[in-house]
Design a protein around this ligand. Structure first.
Ligand code: C2E
Ligand code: CA
Ligand code: CA
Ligand code: CA
Length: 274
């Protein structure tokens, strides 16, 4: 037992080393990624339920490392978030997304902000200055944040959201339902819409619980005056269930995968007028 215990400790140490090394490799690569032009922003349509027209696009970051090939944002964003790199990456995404949005006739761009970006003292001021300099009206910019961003310091977060809304930005709460927020404790935050996490959409047509959750979230959100975006819609069955539930907006491979900037500008131009 003693020997097994010792070897377990050693194995654990080795895997720690490995994960630390992995993080360091990613971090070092990411530091160079902007200058090496390894980053790209792709855009996924967000569709309004009634007319099925594209009202906005979510900006999603892509990294193709010359050394390691494509690396998922769910891998590198958390690593960037733990270092100061998230600010540099986030600024780059924001600049790209704003300049692309200018090419679209009326759609908004929905940008993901990590909790560390959102909590920066100068977040609102800097964003407002950038958007003003771009010439885009603030209502063409949607800020996506997760509940982690608002619940760790909820008084200040509530104030930040209030400021963003007062300036005319749209604000969406991303991944709704995956954390500890509920419709009860989000009612004090100035939000425009909730994005119901894909995990609940996945269960539609398979388990009755998912439909019950989606229905009640949609119903209560509407009574609070919030829009509801269903994310990760992949099938016609899910689409039907979500339309019945009354989700105001839909997003997912069923409506369109994320595409590059030029293809997005073409698609945006073909969409119905606002
Ligand atoms: P998210 O914000 O929840 O974005 C939705 C993710 O689901 C995206 O993955 C999108 O490509 C994917 N998706 C959309 N529709 C479908 C579908 O129908 N089926 C499936 N299977 N997937 C779908 P992606 O692009 O890999 O991004 C993963 C996460 O990385 C994002 O989750 C977000 O948290 C983060 N992220 C991506 N870009 C940025 C960024 O610019 N800044 C920050 N802070 N985070 C970002
Ligand atoms: Ca998002
Ligand atoms: Ca999401
Ligand atoms: Ca997510």
């Amino acid at each position: 037992a003693k020997r097994a215990g010792r070897s377990q400790v050693r194995l654990f140490d080795e895997s720690m080393d490995e994960s630390v090394r992995f993080r360091q490799t990613i971090e070092a690569g990411l530091r160079e990624a902007i200058a090496r032009r390894e980053l790209e922003v792709v855009y996924q349509p967000i569709v309004a339920r009634e007319r099925l027209d594209i009202v906005g696009f979510e900006a999603l970051l892509r990294w193709t490392s010359a050394e390691h090939g494509p690396i998922s944002p769910s891998v590198f964003i958390p690593i960037a978030e733990e270092s100061n790199l998230i600010h540099e990456l986030g600024d780059w995404v924001t600049a790209e997304a704003l300049s692309e949005c200018l090419r679209w006739p009326h759609q908004y761009v929905s940008i993901n902000f990590s909790p560390r970006q959102f909590r920066r003292q100068d977040f609102v001021e800097t964003l407002a200055a950038r958007v003003a300099a771009s010439g885009l009206p603030p209502h063409r910019v949607q800020i996506e944040i997760t509940e982690t961003a608002i619940f760790d310091d909820d008084l200040r977060a509530a104030e930040t959201l209030q400021q963003l809304r007062a300036l005319g930005f749209r604000v969406a709460l991303d991944d709704f339902g995956t954390g500890y927020s509920s419709l009860f404790n989000i009612r004090n935050f100035a939000l425009d819409c909730l994005k119901i996490d894909k995990s609940f959409i996945d269960g539609l047509g398979r388990e009755v619980e998912s439909a019950a959750i989606v229905n009640s979230v949609t119903h209560l959100a509407r009574s609070l005056g919030l829009g509801v975006v269903a994310e990760g819609v992949e099938t016609e069955t899910q689409n039907q269930a979500l339309r019945l539930a009354g989700c105001s907006h839909l997003q997912g491979y069923y409506f369109g995968r994320p595409i590059d900037a030029d293809a997005t500008a073409d698609l945006a131009g073909q969409a119905l007028p606002a």
